[in-house]
Design a binder for this molecule. Structure first.
Ligand code: FE
Length: 346
């Protein structure tokens, strides 16, 4: 599962870390710095962090990296790690960080009261949710034929389905939820059915699948909701044309609800600035920060009372989300990969 990393990026990270450590003499005011390792890859997060500094005076040193790379790095740094908080995407990775003992429990009445129980553990918290939706070509596929994830495996959709790789966490977490709800045997036949329906071998990211559906190369794709919303909000003519060709379905509305995943984070065991870390986590659950997730990256806030002002999310409307505790997805992620491999879902 560990992605190969280029020597350049690792070298750059190491140099940055050295700078970070050098920039903090022992007398550094504990409260005024936060070292953040982040695997969120969204440019709009800049404003999210700037707002925290504005509110608290705490400067954020941010190191961005790929998810597995950051987990490995924190492990290797051990007790010398300068990292206070890890932010990442995908519930399985949060659960993985927990299993590796990288996080430390945070007792916060605020976090407990604002974040629903199925979206947190005692040492990590989700801060935004994204849904895995079905996208279909309105000219070649009927909406009623693609109302459920199960439909993607139906033989009548032969030659129509496009997705990104089966080893990508977004698909593994969907598969983990299917295993959890329906058991191994059903999950296995689902994977085989989807592979039999492929229009082409998996390639590209979610946005590439949506574009291929619009172009007619595929009839159906699965995508994270924020990629859909991003295209909906785009001013580019080409993107507008793409969205005019496709319809969006919230899968499994009559059964388990649409699969959701999260982005989230936790305080690291060896965090040098623990007070600042708790403040930062609490900030991420604040109304302001929750709105940044919604406006910036088109994700949904985890705090139910937060009202968002995002035309794309408003246009997508409300849906029934799967309430499976997201932390349990990790329990099935290895099995999900085994089943995909067996089915030839590359
Ligand atoms: Fe993504």
């Amino acid at each position: 599962m560990f992605r190969p990393t280029s020597p350049v990026s690792l070298g750059a990270l190491t140099a940055l870390a050295a700078l970070l450590i050098a920039a903090q003499p022992a007398s550094a005011a504990e409260e005024k710095v936060l070292n953040l390792y982040s695997a969120r890859h969204y440019q709009t997060d800049e404003a999210l962090y700037a707002n925290f500094t504005k509110q608290t005076g705490i400067r954020i040193n941010r190191i961005e990296g790929k998810e597995e790379e950051l987990l490995e790095r924190i492990r290797n740094e051990g007790a010398n790690s300068p990292a206070d908080v890890l932010l990442t995407v995908d519930a399985s990775r949060l659960a993985k960080a927990h299993e590796l003992g990288l996080f430390v429990p945070v007792k916060s009445k605020l976090l407990e009261s604002r974040i629903p129980a199925h979206l947190r553990a005692d040492d990590w918290f989700s801060f935004s949710t994204r849904a895995r939706v079905i996208v279909y070509n309105k000219a070649s596929v009927k909406a009623e034929d693609v109302q459920n994830y199960d439909d993607l495996a139906d033989a009548k959709l032969k030659g129509k389905v496009c997705t990104r790789s089966g080893s990508h966490p977004y698909n593994l977490s969907l598969m983990a939820s299917i295993i959890s709800h329906q058991g191994d045997a059903k999950a296995e036949s689902w994977a085989k059915g989807v592979v039999a329906n492929f229009a082409r071998a998996p390639k590209g990211g979610d946005t590439d699948q949506i574009k291929a559906v619009a172009a007619g190369e595929c009839g159906i794709a699965i995508s994270n909701s924020y990629y859909v919303a991003r295209l909906m909000r785009s001013d580019k003519e080409a993107d507008k044309k793409v969205m005019a060709q496709v319809g969006i379905v919230w899968p499994n509305q009559k059964t388990t609800g649409t699969h959701i995943n999260v982005s989230g984070g936790g305080m690291l065991k060896h965090a040098p600035h623990k007070e600042a870390a708790v403040k930062f986590l609490e900030y991420l659950a604040s109304d302001d920060a929750q709105r940044y997730f919604a406006d910036g990256n088109n994700e949904w806030p985890v705090v139910p009372s937060v009202k968002v002002d995002n035309p794309a999310l408003a246009a997508l409307g409300t849906f029934k989300a799967d309430t499976l505790p997201v932390g349990t997805l990790q329990m099935y992620s290895t099995k999900a990969q085994v089943i995909f491999d067996k089915a030839g879902y590359r």
